[in-house]
Design a protein around this ligand. Structure first.
Ligand code: 4AD
Ligand code: MG
Length: 464
């Protein structure tokens, strides 16, 4: 195996004259006057290592196989590089091709492919410049998430993926069953499917959110967070929706909507700063290839206050805009992508936290305001993305919560343990969910959410 000191990123640190062996996959190959030049990459950094193979150094039968996509091992000596960019390159003293990649059939040749085409080669796109950078950033971002919460004393909780409760009360769940689809058991009384015979003895689903379970933990560990996959069966074919996405959900006891907003803002800024500090070359690449204003924008967000408006104020701004909206604006209807973008991109030109939404468009668990028509909800909207975080202060009063559950047409029996938390040791608490891939889009400037997750699941697509 490859150990520290042997990755290509480590070889770049070696002084000329040092012996080294490089391992990786060939990005490109060029031949000139009997000398072969290979650019190889092992995923450890953005830069490719240049390998120079002088005439006669490699067995000709091996050398012909060192084409784009092939896996190679090359012993040699680091030498000063004459080409621009890197300071060192490897002068080969041998060449092994561990796995050839016949050029007649290898799908990713030198020419640049568009992102749609690369999606069809989910098993090879990882070797391209773009996806190398995407997944290094994703790795750093996941690490930064844990670092942020661990530094603040939050407990990491693994919320369940299989669940029998609907955390958002909004439907859109994938059902999980082991019943025989061709021969479904029937309940003689209702004639409906008899889920008593299903694996869990009742209908079960993939979770849409770990929040309700995180609340159990917050009411014992004070501050906690989840970080795991969540699933939504909405049939939304947009560049911002996935059927399987990752979400980070912090939950804080002794916390209200103000505290919640502070944590959200601090968290986003921390993530941006961490990735800017640790993935410089990758972000530079995204700026050059995909989003010319990426770095200045990120820097600006990390160093400035977010804007704050209530939903009511936001609606009034939208109404006064004089725009011809595709979706009508009016108090009581949800903000659509075009409205969110107008607020962040044209009015405030930075992330905006919108609070106190009408209760009719938000989930049952949000704390009711005194006005009787709004709840202590917050959405963080980001330029170019729209909603990146959704959260709220939670309803901690048992009687009010029961009324809300009934009002929303949900069955309070299913939420018995959630209600119990309000009857024994209840406390004001709050939390939110950050869509990990939405954050990835923001950090990389990638415009399609399918290009920031290793294996995207969307309606009709679950390859690899
Ligand atoms: O606003 P949402 O639905 O909130 C919740 O699930 C709460 N339980 C969170 C909480 O308070 N603990 O989702 C939270 C975030 C959204 O703001 C968005 O960034 C992301 O999750 N998200 C999606 N990302 C990709 N594809 C989808 N289909 C998404 N749906 C939500
Ligand atoms: Mg939301």
């Amino acid at each position: 195996m490859i150990r520290n000191g042997q990755y290509i990123k480590d070889l770049f640190q070696l002084a000329p004259g040092t012996k080294a062996t490089a391992h990786g996959w060939v990005k490109t190959r060029r031949d000139s006057k009997g000398v072969s030049f290979l650019q190889i990459n092992d995923g450890s950094c953005f830069a490719d290592l240049q390998i120079v193979i002088d005439a006669g150094v490699a067995d000709p039968a091996v050398l012909v196989q060192a084409t784009t996509g092939a896996c190679v091992r090359v012993p040699g000596t680091m030498v000063e590089s004459l080409g621009k960019g890197q300071s060192v390159e490897l002068r080969a003293e041998g060449l092994e091709v561990l796995g050839a990649a016949p050029p007649e059939t290898y799908p990713l040749q030198k020419k640049r492919h568009n992102l749609e085409t690369l999606r069809e080669f989910g098993h090879f796109r990882t070797r391209s410049n773009t996806f190398g950078a995407v997944f290094r950033v994703r790795n750093a971002l996941a690490f930064a998430v844990h670092k942020f919460y661990q530094e603040r004393g939050f407990l990491y909780v693994h919320s369940p993926i299989l669940t029998t409760s609907d955390a958002e009360g909004a439907g859109a769940m994938f059902q999980v069953t082991t019943l025989d689809m061709m021969n479904l058991p029937r309940d003689p009384a209702t004639k409906g499917i008899d889920f008593a015979q299903d694996f869990f003895g009742r209908p079960a689903f993939l979770t849409v959110s770990g929040q309700l379970e995180a609340e159990i933990f917050a009411l014992a560990f004070t501050n906690c967070y989840t970080f795991g996959p969540t699933f939504r069966a909405e049939n939304s074919n947009t560049p911002r929706h996935l059927a399987e996405f990752w979400m980070i959900e912090p939950e804080m006891a002794f916390c209200d909507l103000e505290g919640n907003q502070q944590v959200a803002e601090e968290f986003l800024k921390y993530l941006i700063t961490y990735v800017m500090d640790h993935c410089k070359a990758d972000l530079q690449f995204f700026q050059e290839r995909y989003e010319p204003s990426l770095l200045p924008t990120l820097e600006n967000v990390a160093n400035n206050q977010f804007a704050h408006v209530t939903y009511t104020e936001a609606v009034s701004i939208l109404e006064k805009s004089g725009r011809n909206w595709e979706f009508p604006v009016g108090w009581g209807s949800d903000l659509q992508s075009e409205h969110e973008r107008y607020l962040t991109e044209e009015v405030f030109r930075k992330p905006v936290i919108v609070t106190d939404y009408p209760k009719s468009i938000k989930a049952f668990y949000m704390r009711a305001n005194e006005d009787g028509r709004t709840v202590r909800a917050m959405d963080v909207l980001a330029p170019g993305i729209g909603e990146i975080i959704g959260g709220s202060q939670r309803e901690e009063r048992a009687d009010v919560l029961v009324d809300r559950i009934r009002e929303m047409g949900l069955d309070e029996k299913h939420y018995w343990w959630y209600l119990d938390l309000r009857c024994y040791g209840s406390v004001p608490h709050a939390g939110f969910g950050l869509g990990f891939e939405r954050m990835m889009m923001y950090l990389t400037g990638m415009k399609n959410i399918r290009d920031v997750i290793p294996f995207p699941r969307t309606p009709g697509h679950a390859d690899f």
